[in-house]
Design a protein around this ligand. Sequence first.
Ligand SMILES: [Zn+2]
Length: 164
Amino acid sequence: MVGMDADLPIRECPVSQHTLREPALLQSFGTEGRNWPGRKFDCPHCGVFIVDEIEHNHLVGYLNADKVPGVPMTSLQAKRQRAVMAHALRRMEASGKTPVLTDGMTLRILQEDRLPTLTEQRDNLLRWLGTVVEIGPAYTFGYDGVGARVGAASSGLSDCYWKA
Ligand SMILES: [Zn+2]
């Protein structure tokens, strides 16, 4: 699958499965003499991030492990892994640089399995709201744009904020 599809643009986020703002094409990154193939993803949920092409194959493998016969992973666990990855990308983005996933990073992030507690999620949400609320009185948002920033594993969990 990997070799044959390598040149095709990817239209769906490999992390959250949202439709990308732009198809991700295979391109060259790095500095001259130290180039590596990768893709730049622009996802409405996870933000903009770059993935080394080999690491991308690993990422797709890990996040779809629940569909592999014989692998003991439930779809709920797979959903959590996607949330962990999406939140890790937003955390990296918050440091001011475009996140770049290279050799082994996906596995390290998944092993760390870090999602904020409900209290931390609320704090994240309030902090984020503080930065965007000035945009306009009619600004609307939902789980797709906010969930990964806040660190919520599902839309159900974050729905309680909007109703609170
Ligand atoms: Zn995404």
